[in-house]
Write a protein that binds this ligand. Sequence first.
Ligand SMILES: NC(=O)c1ccc[n+]([C@@H]2O[C@H](COP(=O)([O-])OP(=O)(O)OC[C@H]3O[C@@H](n4cnc5c(N)ncnc54)[C@H](O)[C@@H]3O)[C@@H](O)[C@H]2O)c1
Ligand SMILES: O=C(O)CC[C@@H](O)C(=O)O
Length: 627
Amino acid sequence: MSRKFVFDFDSTLTRVEALDVLAEITLEGREDRDAIIREIQQITNLGIDGDISFTESLERRIRLLGAHRKDLEPLIGMLREKISKSIATNREFFEKFADDIYVISCGFKEFIDPIVREYNIPEERVFANTFEFDEQGRITGFDTANVLASHNGKIECLRALDLEGEVQVIGDGYSDYVMREAGIAHKFFAYTENVHREKAARNADHIAPNLDEFLFVNDLPRNLSYPKNRIKILLLENVHPAAFKNLSEDGFSVELVKHSLPEEELIEKIKGVHVLGIRSKTRVTKKVLDAADKLLIVGAFCIGTTQIELEYARQKGVVVFNAPYSNTRSVVELAIGEIIVLMRSIFPRSTEIHNGEWHKTAANAREIRGKNLGIVGYGNIGKQLSVLAEAMGMRVYYYDVNEQLALGNAVKCDTLEDLLGVSDVVTLHIDDNPANRNFIGERELAQMRTGAYLINLSRGFVVDIPALVGALKSGKLAGAAIDVYPEEPASNGPFETELRNLDNVILTPHIGGSTEEAQRDIADFVPNKIMDYINSGSTVDAVNFPNIRLPKQQNAHRFLHIHKNVPGIMAHINKVLASYDMNIIGQYLSTDPEVGYVITDLDKEYNKAVIKELKAIEHTIKFRVLY
Ligand SMILES: NC(=O)c1ccc[n+]([C@@H]2O[C@H](COP(=O)([O-])OP(=O)(O)OC[C@H]3O[C@@H](n4cnc5c(N)ncnc54)[C@H](O)[C@@H]3O)[C@@H](O)[C@H]2O)c1
Ligand SMILES: O=C(O)CC[C@@H](O)C(=O)O
């Protein structure tokens, strides 16, 4: 059956209500401008939702507008700039289906015609009101004989057109829906890209958050292979709201959950999710990955990734990204603060006053200047701390399992024992490798200087807590600052640790990276990685996947094929492509010992059966098409 597509204009083809924009032009410079614009918008909404008659809404607005013929040109210019995003990106549909597209609007032909003409919709298929002007060119009213100037006029207009085939109405308002309700249109798509009107959405056959969705469900030519609104993103653990904004603005469907989810709940929730965003508390186990039927990406909105089964994720073709730099400065600043606070015995002095006791003393209070700081793990955090601590007059020693260049005057220690023996303060910044479990235990604590301090801002399992408690109680250590614990709760609430109530011990709830700045930065960094992978296939900085930076797609279709890295698979892929006579514009391959990731850019026209064949190649893990 042939199809006819009937579009609304205001807030559907354009992002705005044209008369609101006209008001901004005509009322410019007037003191009561804002109040009048507000009134016009209220009247517009009342009319759109069907709460007042449309004729009344129009009359009242035209009166308030006080517009002139000369205002129309700037209005058209402004509307041209305000075409809905997904309308502007889908010109191919408007070209190929030019004969089947109509505009029925309660707006005015004077500004609709010139706009939609650019989308191949000629004025004879634009049905809208027309203005009336006086001799001076002032807009005084509208043609009241036009059915579109009356309540439910769109019904009469569409009826009179008597269109053949399936009639689909695409619009944001109730006046669009009524054509379907009256039985003249077959389907109503509530168009919510610019405004979500409850009444229209409630009555729709389908909600289309953009034209991509409408074209996808109707299998029509489109700019995007898969509408972004269909890509579901689940963000756990209270990630910064900017992450939600970044991803929603790119068109994805994003759900925010404030806390982490236990395995059983996550197994349920992960179904249908394409992207999972977490921080350090959510465990992405094998069972979770098995339940994740659609999962493409796990975004760790932090540095650590051992909470994720990285290897298993890779085998399943799930790419993991993290934010390796965003919170490092925050951790460094906390470490500096803690070094000072520990060495000055600030917490004991403060607690005494909280308990009503004045105890002024210089005992156990020292400057950090000239003291030895031992940094274990000279990575992104360790190095920054080295520079700042040295600038504050500390002598820096470091120990790292990998060869690391000394910054400033920092002195490299060949063994951990050397470092422990020389340091007044030892601070741990090693990574979350499980091999680092109980890295600091009884033996290492015994190797530290008597009266030294220990800071752990890395991972809880790195320090043997009972051993640390012993060293603090015996006076071997003069104090400690602990931010991370072997077991941490999934959400805020009660928490127990053997380190409670010990003198000169600072305990913080894993907040080393929890600053406004760090979280804000992560909220840009990780979503950018997510969007790059979804939109282009790029895996730069992925922590568990072959890394590949891809050129921008140039008028091509992109096939993304993830497979087990077994002999002959590339040859097989290319054999299939050759058998379909496909013109390869570019091909990129990145592999690791287990997984291969091949990206092929192709000419736009091809036989769709090739996709089925590529998916069916043995050892294929995941396949996607992008355009
Ligand atoms: N408390 C927080 O909120 C917070 C915030 C950010 C990072 N972190 C944690 O801090 C740690 C360091 O982060 P980073 O960004 O500097 O990591 P990084 O990977 O840049 O540096 C870690 C360094 O530790 C070294 N290392 C690993 N194991 C070692 C060992 N056994 N002995 C000596 N050196 C070892 C590595 O070679 C590397 O140079 C990570 O565990 C991270 O998860 C915690
Ligand atoms: O913010 C978090 O949950 C974790 C912070 C830190 O441990 C990290 O790995 O970046």
